[in-house]
Ligand binder design. Structure first.
Ligand SMILES: C[S@@+](CC[C@H](N)C(=O)[O-])C[C@H]1O[C@@H](n2cnc3c(N)ncnc32)[C@H](O)[C@@H]1O
Length: 299
């Protein structure tokens, strides 16, 4: 099976409905990944809708290019970070936009490639960069894990991993230094805090999340991207964001609340309550289980 066949776009029906895709529309997929959502947007906007797809990861851009080959005349793909979207949109002559989709986090291609260092079960080097060093932050997971003072590591795990056992975990990691691989890191966390019978997630899941967010500065980029979104959208254009944990969702929720109130609101919220995947989707694709979708219309 090819990697693109493995990846199932999350909350696809909900995302398409909220984007209100129309023939001839112009759309930005700011995290195109393996092109699953993008393909559906291109189909729904046939025969002449256009799509600009961005991703920090050159492997994702290559995979999306393969998958979206049938739509070659209607797509532009560009390797860049989320918060470079306005420039990418201007370069591709794609403004104003009718819709922006942002499906955050990592793809199955990244998770299932141990060499990328995202997996706590399949052993790989401690990397976790979404993009190569030329465009990504200079720091790698290996540096954070091995070189950061214990206090700073604990703060990171507390803040970005939402884990109250952060000090114990950080001390446990420091005791096991040098740590070279993802499984060594996961083992160090288990050694520090043990495993809880019946726990839904591996004890190191949140630690990995915290390190990945820091390596790629994902939350800062998301916040910057959101502030740029209105300027890229036409009146009535839609913004749809799929988040995968509460830190991301809190940023989206706060942004939409702020922008849809006051004297001069710039968005009207379309999801008064956050949308979650259906039980059927979670059964079909367990990786969808933590997804949260919010959408708004530019006014
Ligand atoms: C969940 S996947 C997207 C999957 C895609 N919607 C599909 O259906 O195939 C998220 C993608 O966003 C990219 N990404 C995450 N954060 C990013 C950021 N801040 N800037 C650029 N790309 C980012 C990742 O490299 C990954 O390929």
């Amino acid at each position: 099976m090819t990697s693109s066949a493995v990846h199932q776009p999350v909350m696809l029906d909900e995302a398409l409905a909220m984007l209100d895709v129309k023939p001839g529309g112009r759309y930005l997929d700011a995290t195109v990944g393996l092109g699953g959502h993008a393909q559906a947007v291109l189909e729904a906007s046939a025969p002449d809708g256009r799509l600009l797809g961005l991703d920090a990861d050159p492997e994702a851009i290559a995979a999306a290019g393969d998958r979206l080959q049938p739509f070659a005349g209607r797509i532009t793909l560009r390797q860049c970070w989320l918060d470079d979207a306005p420039e990418a949109g201007a370069d591709a002559d794609m403004s104003p936009l009718d819709g922006i989709l942002c499906d955050l986090g990592v793809s199955s291609l990244q998770l299932d490639t141990p060499e990328r260092g995202f997996s706590l079960r399949a052993d790989g080097p401690l990397d976790m960069r979404l993009g190569p060093s030329s465009v990504a932050s200079a720091v790698t997971a290996r540096q954070i894990v091995n070189d950061w003072p214990v206090e700073e590591l604990a703060d990171l795990i507390y803040e970005y991993g939402d884990d109250r056992r952060s000090r114990r975990i950080a001390r446990g990691i420091a005791r096991r230094r040098p740590i070279e691989t993802t499984v060594e890191l996961a083992d160090a966390v288990v050694e520090a805090v043990g495993t809880r019978p019946g726990a839904r997630i591996h004890p190191a899941t949140r630690v990995f999340q915290a390190i990945r967010l820091e390596v790629n500065r994902e939350l800062d980029r998301l916040a910057a991207f959101l502030t740029q979104a209105r300027g890229m959208l036409a009146l009535g254009g839609r913004l749809v964001v799929i988040a995968f944990h509460s830190l991301e969702d809190r940023i989206v929720k706060g942004f939409l609340r702020e922008q849809s109130s006051g004297d001069e609101p710039s968005f009207r919220t379309l999801t008064r309550r956050v949308l979650r995947p259906s039980t059927a989707e979670i059964q079909r694709n367990p990786r969808a289980r933590s997804a949260r979708l919010r959408a708004a219309e530019a006014i």
